[in-house]
Design a protein around this ligand. Structure first.
Ligand SMILES: Cc1cc2nc3c(=O)[nH]c(=O)nc-3n(C[C@H](O)[C@H](O)[C@H](O)COP(=O)(O)OP(=O)(O)OC[C@H]3O[C@@H](n4cnc5c(N)ncnc54)[C@H](O)[C@@H]3O)c2cc1C
Length: 464
């Protein structure tokens, strides 16, 4: 079996390593246009902030490691064309410009994503940098040495982590976003208001509800970001607006979402037989809505990559979909979210109710304890949990994984209130905070008799 793989970061590496173990006789060739593999971009802000000292720790595989598994890794080789039905591809060696064709029995597309680059006037100026790969992180660190004013555009997870890192390095930092709130896709205002306060307390300027219009510079270098509301001095600008799938190679050949994310079945096969895809190049089933969505995360990438390998010859293990579960630490706050925030659920047309619960996470007789805040979003009629968020100075973020499982398994708020969790005063109270969150939901929106009946019937059908 001849297997070609395009792209070798998280999805690619996961697919290759598992395929090589399962099929030691397969001839596996991976083409990667970059000069490194398996870079953990999640470490960029920690590297920029000086928490990660040795960049070697940001990689977990190498061409040499793949060679020990019998895999041919062609670094600095870009795939230029794919004929999905004809099972051929054209490759360019980026070192010497040589082009050649290759064939495959199975193709694994793990070409990932690339940052969205808006075409503002002045975008070509120096010191306007992306934040995606190892080269970007080195460039950010190099340019930051002489930069005083740093502007980050895009207040998602990446942008917020970067402004914290720059502030800790003594820079004057501005965070710009067209939305009115930071992290507006991940958290509701109860949480983002507090995080915004913590950023402003550190002296970070939040330029929210501002649209970037152009960049101005001198001698080819950026100096200013001009927005709908004013101007911001900038020696360096980081663009973190979002990502688009890197899927030009398969355009008009396989089914895709309008943004170009490849649609795969539950076994990671595209609409063309023997062509598989995984990671940021793909759409994924979003369990709160049951629909395909674009949720580029390393967690989805490694799971999907592994599932490609497991299903490559025979469809064996179906993907369960995702809740888009995520976590972030901003200064002393540990924050995590899963599924839909209230705003998104309402925008999607779900008839939801919400509840918040705030309490010390463990008994007050303990020498120390901390307040923790939780929010739950659930469907009024089915009582199904569709989203949750939490924040605390103590690290309770693993609890969001429990709530992710609840959403995955279509659990109701009543079930959350009574599910079995341990009690031990070091860790929690007799009613675990997640049980209490279930009660808060029941108090906020008691189920009518009809709703209880409906929820029971949904559960019975689910369990049948
Ligand atoms: C700054 C930052 C922080 C992040 N933090 C987190 C986090 O904390 N948690 C989390 O879950 N996710 C995080 N993510 C998201 C995560 O990094 C991505 O979801 C993940 O990298 C996706 O992996 P992938 O292999 O699908 O795609 P990519 O990482 O995009 O890799 C695709 C690979 O394909 C190669 N390629 C593309 N086209 C070709 C071609 N034609 N020929 C040859 N090679 C090609 C590329 O060079 C690249 O190496 C973060 C992302 C960034 C940028």
């Amino acid at each position: 079996m001849k297997i070609a793989v395009i792209g070798c970061t998280h999805a690619g590496t996961a697919a290759i390593v598992r395929t090589a173990k399962l099929y030691p006789d397969a001839e596996i060739t991976v083409y990667e246009r970059n000069d490194n593999i398996s870079f953990l971009s999640c470490g960029i802000a920690l590297y920029v902030g000086g928490v990660v000292k040795d960049p070697d720790g940001l990689f977990y595989s190498s061409p040499e490691h793949l060679m020990t598994l019998g895999v041919k890794t062609r670094m600095r080789h870009e795939v230029l064309n794919v004929n999905a039905e004809g099972k051929t591809l054209t490759v360019r060696n980026l070192e010497n410009g040589e082009e050649f064709d290759d064939t495959f029995d199975k193709l694994i597309v793990t070409t990932g994503s690339w940052p969205i680059i808006p075409q503002f006037e002045g975008i070509e100026l120096d010191n306007i940098i992306l934040s995606k790969n190892f080269n970007h992180s080195n460039m950010i660190i190099e340019k930051a040495k002489t930069a005083k004013n740093v502007v980050v555009i895009g207040a998602g997870y990446i942008g917020v982590e970067l402004v914290e890192a720059f502030e800790m390095n003594g820079k004057e930092v501005t965070l710009i976003d067209a939305e009115k709130r930071i992290l507006s896709k991940y958290l509701d205002a109860e949480f983002t208001d507090r995080i915004e306060d913590s950023l402003m307390e550190k002296g970070i300027t939040l330029a929210l509800d501002e649209k970037v219009e152009r960049f101005e510079g001198k001698d080819g270098k950026v100096q200013k970001v001009v927005t709908s509301k004013g101007e911001h001095e900038a020696d360096m600008v980081i663009l973190c607006i979002g990502f688009r799938p890197n899927t030009e190679l398969l355009k008009d050949q396989v089914d895709m979402l309008p943004n170009g994310a490849i649609l795969v079945d539950n076994y990671m096969e595209t609409s063309v037989k023997d062509v598989y895809a995984a990671g940021d190049s793909c759409a994924i089933r979003y369990n709160p809505t049951g629909k395909a969505a674009y949720i580029p995360l390393a967690t989805n990438a490694v799971r999907m990559g592994t599932l490609v390998a497991l299903n490559l010859v025979e469809k064996k293990i179906a993907y369960m979909g995702t809740q888009g579960t995520s976590g972030i630490k901003i200064y002393e706050n540990n924050i995590a979210a899963t599924g839909m925030i209230e705003v998104a659920a309402r925008e999607a047309g779900l008839d939801v109710a919400v509840a918040t619960f705030e309490d010390n996470y463990r008994p007050e007789f303990m020498p120390e304890y901390e307040k923790a805040t939780f929010k739950i979003v659930f469907e009024k009629d089915s009582r199904r949990i569709v989203g949750a968020q939490l924040m605390s100075k103590v690290d309770l973020t693993q609890s969001i994984n429990t709530l992710s499982v609840c959403i995955q398994n279509k659990m109701t708020v009543e079930e959350l209130a009574f599910v079995d969790f341990f009690f031990q005063p070091h860790y929690n109270k007799p009613w675990n905070y997640l049980n209490s969150l279930g009660f808060a939901a029941m108090d906020a929106q008691p189920a009518s008799e009809a709703e209880e009946r409906a929820a029971r019937s949904v559960k019975e059908q689910t369990n049948a």
